[in-house]
Design a protein around this ligand. Structure first.
Ligand code: PRX
Length: 632
């Protein structure tokens, strides 16, 4: 899109928003038209789009392309080993999805059931998601790096009866166990009735008679025809769990029509996708980026989409860009943490033997992209020929909300402009009033969205009150995402980071409360508080203050045990860099831990601690400073 077209589109999308969303919705294939474009409000928390309309997401991502594009490549899968790869056309995808859907029906899955998916990044992952969508089941994808405890929490929260998993996966030349994790988890999941196992790694696994089924055996017993289920526009499409600042993960619920419209529209416009592009978003389907920009957005737009099971630097440091050359990838979308990790390996190893000439657009997601990484991405990876497209959004927003992608101007580190139909505001954190003028990095406000958009989540599974309190009751009349931001003199938006107790490790959201409860559950630990500290590659990692049980002895071995415990119980993404033993945590008289103080100490900013008179025992502060570990 030209800059002038973009500006007039933006104006149209805001001034005549009903006409804009109607025009975009007409690009989907509907079974029954909608009558009401949008109803409900942020204040009442009952937002609906296209209320009476009916459609099917799988039909829109697969079947509708078959007339003219049956032979076009839909998905390319690259395995952990460069010798393993497959490509399937839309026609083959269609047949495989229908077969998968029939297997789901055979094991008893019905419209409205929640199906948990715990798979490596193999073709069966998008196929299983689409098969659920085809028959109206609600999928809940659980990232394959998560532990049995995380599976248990997610399965139980949604009272799921079905789990799809694999006999294992491959990462960096090693086999990964998956079925075993499911076996451990479901000992505490009373609702689970059936487990479907895809054969992939040929791991030795146990099958429980009457509960566990091998996918390929059932696939031989069903036909290849499966009609699509007409779904109401507001029927849930999926649940995806994400960390909150307190308590257990939140089950973000996305519905059918609005989500699909928003994922496909943003994918098309922000990346400027062309018919013959090969598109690669490196995210796993266990995250929202994998839902919106690996599966639903690209396939709805008939884009050839690549998925890669392995890790960035195996077997060679250049693996990512070997893959780019191998498939002539045009659009590449990854996270700053991956960019920084590759940059740290050195250009010789990562870039020298690849051409990357096919690349046109380079996307970034998950955290602010720092200038150094931005310039390396732009100058070295893209050889100054590609636009860098930063994209700010969240699990809850369904799709990209702020991005320079379509504005044709490069501003390293700024997410820049709100998308078509999206009105962003920056609020004064104390007065809640909108700030219209420019701010600075040291004087940011709370980012907020002013009007409902089709891709927004509709509720948190089973907890609408938490939905209202977290997102809509903080600043009345606005959606509050929990991020800070400021605008520069030209009106461009810069994201300054989370305003709540969420740590972003390698772009993954980790709730401090969740990690603390895992550390607390270690037998030697009495109490814990964790803080995010800066890390050159991962953005943030964890600094943990740990108080031990009276009879536990603080040793280096115990630190290693606690770190291993968290890896096992939460998952390896919760990276603890430092554990500081402490006899006491700073608490108010009512027993609330004062994280502000712990953050200042871990960040070597004790000069700014300020007033500690509300603490029950102010004397603990010098002791904490004294015992601080220098990780810098
Ligand atoms: O803090 C923001 C950060 O990641 C959060 C959303 O995390 P999640 O729901 O896991 O989704 C990640 C992928 C969309 C946001 O609240 N974030 C995401 N993208 C950016 C970002 N921060 C700055 N710049 C970004 N481009």
């Amino acid at each position: 899109m030209q800059q002038s077209d973009w500006l007039s589109q933006k104006e149209f999308s805001l001034n005549e928003s009903n006409a804009f969303w109607t025009k975009e919705a007409e690009k989907l294939d509907w079974i029954t038209s909608w009558k009401t474009l949008q109803s409900g409000s942020f204040n009442t928390g009952d937002i609906k789009w296209f209320e009476e309309g009916e459609l099917n997401v799988c039909y829109n991502c697969v079947d509708r392309h078959l007339d003219k594009y049956a032979d076009k490549t839909a998905l390319i899968w690259e395995g952990d080993s460069p010798d393993d790869y497959k490509a399937i056309s839309f026609d083959t995808l269609h047949k495989q999805v229908m077969r998968f859907a029939n297997v789901l029906k055979k094991i008893g899955v019905k419209k409205g059931d929640v199906v948990c998916i715990y798979l490596p990044l193999i073709l069966e992952a998008p196929i299983a998601m689409l098969a659920c969508a085809r028959i109206g089941a609600i999928h809940s994808v659980i990232f394959a790096g998560f532990s049995p405890q995380s599976i248990e929490d997610r399965v139980n929260d949604a009272a799921s009866k079905f789990i799809i998993t694999a006999d294992g996966g491959f990462r960096g030349g090693k086999k990964v166990a998956l079925k075993e994790n499911v076996d451990i988890a479901i000992k505490n999941c009373p609702t689970v009735e059936k487990v479907l196992v895809v054969e992939h790694a040929k791991n030795d696994i146990q099958l429980e008679h009457g509960r566990d089924y091998l996918y390929h055996l059932l696939a031989n017993e069903v036909g290849e025809q499966c009609d699509v289920e007409p779904m109401n526009a507001e029927d849930p499409l999926f649940i995806l769990y994400t960390s909150g600042s307190t308590g257990k993960p939140k089950g973000v619920v996305h519905t059918t029509a609005g989500y699909l419209l928003y994922a496909s529209l943003t994918h098309r416009e922000i990346f400027g996708v062309r018919e013959n592009d090969v598109y690669w978003c490196t995210a796993d389907v266990g995250w929202i980026t994998g839902h919106s920009y690996v599966v639903y957005g690209p396939l709805a737009n008939r884009t050839t989409t690549l998925i890669y099971e392995g890790v960035p630097c195996y077997p060679a440091k250049s693996r990512f860009f070997d893959i780019v050359d191998k498939y002539q990838v045009n659009i590449f979308y990854t996270a700053p943490t991956a960019i920084r990790a590759l940059q740290a390996e050195g250009d010789e190893a990562v870039l020298a033997n690849t051409s990357r000439d096919s690349l046109r657009v380079l996307g970034s997601v998950g955290e602010p992209i720092n200038r150094e990484a931005w310039y390396w991405y732009h100058d070295k990876v893209g050889k100054s020929n590609c636009s860098i497209v930063d994209t700010w959004w969240q699990t809850e927003t369904g799709g990209i909300m702020i991005s320079p992608g379509f504005a044709h101007k490069q501003k390293p580190g700024s997410a820049m402009k709100s998308f078509l139909g999206i009105e962003a505001a920056i609020l004064n954190k104390d007065t809640s009033k909108e700030i219209s003028g420019a701010l600075s990095a040291h004087d940011y406000g709370a980012l907020a969205i002013k009007k409902p958009w089709p891709g927004m989540m509709r509720t948190l599974w089973g907890d609408h009150e938490r939905y209202m309190d977290t997102y809509f009751n903080v600043y009345k009349g606005y959606y509050y995402p929990g991020d800070g931001a400021y605008r520069d003199q030209e009106g461009d938006i810069w994201i300054s980071g989370r305003l709540d107790d969420i740590i972003s490790i390698a772009g993954h959201r980790i709730g401090t409360a969740e990690v603390e409860s895992v550390i607390d559950s270690h037998h030697a630990v009495a109490e814990t508080a964790v803080i995010g500290i800066p890390d050159a590659i991962k953005g943030e990692v964890i600094y943990a203050y740990v108080t031990l049980e009276r009879d536990s002895i603080p040793t280096d071995q115990l630190k290693k045990d606690i770190i291993a415990w968290v890896r096992k119980t939460y998952g390896p993404i919760a990276t603890i860099k430092v554990i500081q033993w402490t006899d006491e945590l700073p608490k108010t008289r009512s027993g609330k831990i004062m994280r502000r103080i712990l953050r200042k100490i871990a960040h070597f900013e004790e000069a700014q601690i300020g007033d500690v008179s509300t603490l029950a025992d102010p004397e603990c502060v010098p002791a904490l400073i004294e015992g601080r570990i220098d990780y810098r």
